[in-house]
Design a binder for this molecule. Structure first.
Ligand SMILES: NC(=O)c1ccc[n+]([C@@H]2O[C@H](COP(=O)([O-])OP(=O)(O)OC[C@H]3O[C@@H](n4cnc5c(N)ncnc54)[C@H](O)[C@@H]3O)[C@@H](O)[C@H]2O)c1
Length: 258
């Protein structure tokens, strides 16, 4: 094992969903800085284009593709376009996701809304993994990283759809590791605690932040780069014998919105 290049992702084509902002954007940037060809995909095309432009300005390799992970045609097109441009796919970061934010009281939401949260966080990741796996197998290198959440193991009110969807994502990660491992593909997940993004800023108040920090030994909230560092570990060859794992990046503590 050559220890000097264990984080090297040179020429490894990497799809990042929801790459136009927040954690996804930080993943795009750290992977590009380690040599990957990055396919920045996002619901918002302009956001994806801005990230791809930033990466190229810094000397990296990136393209932008518009993709709503809720739309199967978009997922198929994302994989096809990535292969057309870069000749294959080695790394997939299933980052697009969301829900929760204290809005999921069973007295307030319908089963349709509950199902939508599963579609966004679980079904899209499963489907994109299914589409990427044959490409990874052809390349002889595959790493899938699912962005889950501390919400997948916390217990709190008004978050039952998001929390159970992310818990399903954790268990899906562990099981897909068995399906894809024999084909040379690893499947892992990173579970952020409260991380400073646009999504968090919509619900964070000074009072909630103070309570979060009281339960967190490292006395700050997460930055997107904290999460991206863990993603790089799973994406790169350094973790070649690591699969089916969930790594929580949470300052050593627990942050909830209640
Ligand atoms: N920020 C946190 O504190 C936190 C904590 C735990 C888990 N997470 C998880 O991290 C992931 C990223 O969250 P974030 O905080 O960076 O969010 P964000 O809102 O800052 O960025 C999300 C990006 O995804 C894009 N997006 C939204 N819906 C999409 C769709 N249907 N298809 C494709 N792209 C879509 C948005 O346009 C945006 O660019 C999510 O899976 C989220 O559940 C975040």
């Amino acid at each position: 094992m050559n220890h000097s290049n264990l984080f090297d992702c040179s020429n490894k084509t990497t799809i990042v969903t929801g790459g136009g902002n927040g954690i996804g954007k930080a993943c795009c940037k750290i992977l590009a800085a380690h040599g990957a060809n990055v396919v920045v995909s996002d619901l918002r095309k302009e956001a994806a284009e801005a990230v791809a432009h930033e990466i190229k300005k810094d000397g990296g390799n990136a393209i932008a593709i518009s993709c709503n992970v809720l739309n199967d045609d978009d997922l198929v097109n994302l994989v096809k376009s990535s292969v057309d441009v870069f000749g294959g796919i080695e790394i997939l970061i299933n980052n697009a996701g969301g829900g929760g934010a204290g809005r999921e009281s069973p007295y307030a939401i319908s089963v349709k809304e509950f199902a939508w949260v599963f579609q966004l966080n679980v079904f899209s990741a499963w489907r994109l993994s299914q589409l990427c796996a044959p490409e990874m197998e052809k390349k002889g290198y595959g790493s899938m990283v699912n962005i889950t959440s501390m919400g997948s193991i916390n217990k709190s009110p008004n978050i039952s759809a998001y929390a159970s969807a992310k818990a399903a994502l954790n268990h899906m990660t562990a099981n897909l590791a068995f399906d894809y491992g024999p084909h040379g593909i690893r499947v892992n997940a990173v579970g952020p605690g409260a991380t400073k993004t646009a999504a968090l800023s919509k619900v964070l108040t000074p009072e909630i932040e103070a309570k979060m920090l009281s339960g967190t030994p490292i006395k700050r909230l997460g930055e997107v780069e904290d999460v991206a560092g863990a993603v790089l570990y799973f994406a790169a060859p350094i973790s070649e014998w690591v699969s089916g794992q969930v790594l929580f990046v949470n300052g050593g503590g627990i942050q909830t919105l209640d």
